[in-house]
Design a protein around this ligand. Structure first.
Ligand code: M6R
Length: 608
């Protein structure tokens, strides 16, 4: 939700913190701040607004100089975005940055007030933590962190500095992610690896309630009880370039173009002798045969990938699949048994509700499988089995390539399960797998083919106040993602609807010129979808139809046609996704919006 960083080394600390925070702005960007040891004292600079507002402020008011410090970019949870609510927050001797949420901060605040600690300036939960640390600080940082953590409920990662421990940064986490990166004579903390990849690829994953002490360019780890810990040093398998825009005006456009490679990298290692083979991820053929019911649980775009997964798994493997929004699943007391498989899909692997759903599934004895993009993330580590999607870092808040690779994994699982259960024979499984293997090229062709038309059609969307995305079957599953993508970055109200359901109420919304984007890639349902398109067109809608190059759809139904390659209709979602992404992208660009950082959103939703 927020991004935190810290540095101890030989470089100018402010420059390092600002550079690292730039890479974390995708996590939140309504205020930014740093705290640096300057001549033995803690100097703080912070402001409401973006990181650029902070750098402007430091240019006019002077920037702190030093070699150790912490930084923050915020997505407000407690208290409006304002200078005073910006991090870092301080007690008398302690200054902190925080990512996450402290659920019991009100009780803790009362406890502090009752103990004559009532020096609160902000509305944040974070300031309460700073004051609590201060309350417990008796000159021993580890003891004070332990006592404080004992009191805190919620999810958090903290970067902490103590005024009487100059040039030293402490870090601790509970639920919220945090890494410690080790360079030559310098050491960093960050919410995510891309923040510091420019300086080093070597990093440690900080585990629950482990403390990192950064000093003299090196790090030591200990438990809450002060026991020293040895940790495995990991190396990121991508470099700075893959986390940069590489000549594209926005990360989102870059990430759309990266989809062919992302799919190829994800599926290639999971195909053997022309057939899917997920055994390396812990999925055995026997287990695939045995599940009574499959639950797919996720949030947002990842949940939409699950919707496609449901259609495909049910159709091919004849197993019943339920798709749940994680925030609902965790509280709806689902009927889980030991014979069920719960698939959690998450790009970040840190989404709070998805993580809670995973824990619930484990508690109830179901088998759990994570489909996750970020290596070593909480969900990946906690699930029984994990299939990593290899999309590389996804920076734009609007998910594109992560969705595409999630789809590719849904197909791999469906094909392998259908074959394992004897619902399709080897040749059919091989043929389907071969079609999946050809997808990177098809996606690449589609991007180039539809780019101009999507750019043009987007100019017809920018003045719309509201629009509908419709489809049937797999196209309906897809329309949910198209609609989400468009609304989250264009700020145009959009709803997705099962095309056949329109006349049960929603068609009354259609007014003259209202855009309706119809996805019509399922040949078996084409006629029915076209009738629904005609129904809205007859009532004045401006219809935009995404269909394959051979579909017979005339001007009586479509004002605009976006033609995409015709392939096996089961795999059409991977192609039809492309124009949906580009329509959303160009509409946002044409409206002058901040495409990569849409308002009110954060990339990683690590709070409930
Ligand atoms: O990291 P996750 O995949 O768990 O994130 C889930 C959603 O928050 C995410 O897909 C969100 O809906 C995207 N902003 C959509 O573009």
């Amino acid at each position: 939700m927020c991004g935190i960083v810290g540095y101890v080394g030989y470089r100018d600390c402010t420059d390092v913190l600002v550079s690292a925070l730039t890479k974390l702005e995708y996590r939140g960007y309504d205020s930014a701040g740093i705290a640096v040891f300057e001549n033995g004292k803690i100097a703080v600079a912070k402001t409401q607004g973006r990181l650029s507002d902070l750098t402007n402020k430091m240019e006019t008011e002077g920037k702190p100089h030093g070699h150790a410090g912490i930084g923050h970019t915020r997505w407000a949870t407690h208290g409006e975005p304002s200078d005073i609510n910006s991090h870092p927050h301080s007690g008398r001797r302690v200054t902190i940055v925080h990512n996450g949420i402290i659920e019991n901060y009100k009780q803790l605040k009362q406890f502090l007030i009752d103990n004559e600690r009532d020096e609160f300036l902000s509305d944040t939960d974070t300031e309460v933590v700073a004051q609590l640390l201060d309350f417990y600080y008796d000159g021993n940082p580890i003891r004070c962190i332990r006592k404080t953590l004992h009191e805190l409920r919620g999810s958090f990662a903290l970067g902490i500095i103590f005024s009487d421990r100059p040039e030293t940064v402490y870090a601790v986490r509970c639920e919220s992610p945090l890494i410690v990166a080790q360079g030559q004579g310098e050491v960093f903390i960050a919410s995510d690896v891309p923040a510091v990849i420019k300086y080093t690829k070597d990093y440690y994953l900080l585990e629950q309630e482990e403390i990192a002490v950064l000093k003299n360019g090196a790090v030591q780890f200990c438990s809450l009880h002060g026991r020293m810990l040895e940790k495995e040093l990991l190396t990121a398998d991508w470099d700075e370039d893959s986390a940069e825009k590489g000549g594209y005006p926005h990360y989102m456009l870059k990430e759309i173009h990266e989809q062919p490679t992302a799919v190829k990298t994800t599926i290639t290692p999971r195909i053997e002798d022309g057939l899917p083979n997920l055994s390396e991820c812990g999925i055995t053929v026997d287990s695939l045969r045995s599940f009574r019911h499959i639950f797919i649980v996720a949030c947002g775009t990842a949940m939409h990938a699950g919707m496609v997964g449901k259609y495909v798994m049910e159709k091919l493997a004849r197993v019943s699949v339920t798709v749940d929004i994680a925030s609902e699943f965790r509280y709806r007391d689902p009927l889980l048994t030991e014979n069920d498989l719960v698939i959690i899909i998450s790009q970040s692997g840190e989404t709070a509700d998805s993580k809670a759903a995973l824990n619930l599934a484990k508690k109830r004895g179901a088998k759990t499988l994570a489909v996750v993009n970020v290596k070593g993330s909480s969900i990946a580590r906690e699930a029984d089995m994990v299939v990593y999607t290899h999309a590389g870092p996804e920076i734009a808040v609007a998910s594109t390539k992560a969705y595409m690779v999630q789809l590719s994994v849904m197909y791999l699982i469906a094909f392998e399960m259908a074959f394992a259960k004897g619902k399709i024979d080897k040749e059919t499984c091989r043929a389907l797998t071969a079609e999946l293997v050809s997808m990177p090229q098809v996606i690449d062709d589609t991007i180039h083919h539809v780019l101009d038309i999507c750019q043009y059609i987007s100019t017809r969307l920018i003045s719309a106040e509201s629009l509908l995305y419709i489809g049937r079957g797999l196209d309906y599953a897809l329309s949910m993602e198209g609609s989400l993508k468009l609304k989250e970055i264009s700020y145009i109200h959009s709803e997705s609807y099962a095309a056949g359901e329109l006349k049960h109420g929603t068609i009354s919304l259609i007014t003259d010129g209202m855009p309706v984007i119809a996805i019509a890639t399922q040949n078996t349902l084409l006629e029915k979808t076209v009738s629904n398109i005609r129904e809205v067109k007859a009532r004045g809608a401006m219809t935009i139809v995404i269909c394959d190059e051979k579909a017979e759809i005339g001007v009586d139904a479509a004002d605009y046609l976006i033609r995409i390659p015709k392939i096996n209709e089961m795999l059409m979602p991977m192609v039809a996704t492309v124009p949906m992404q580009l329509l959303a992208y160009y509409t946002s660009v044409n409206k002058g919006n901040d495409v990569d950082k849409p308002r009110n959103l954060a990339k990683s939703v690590t709070v409930e």
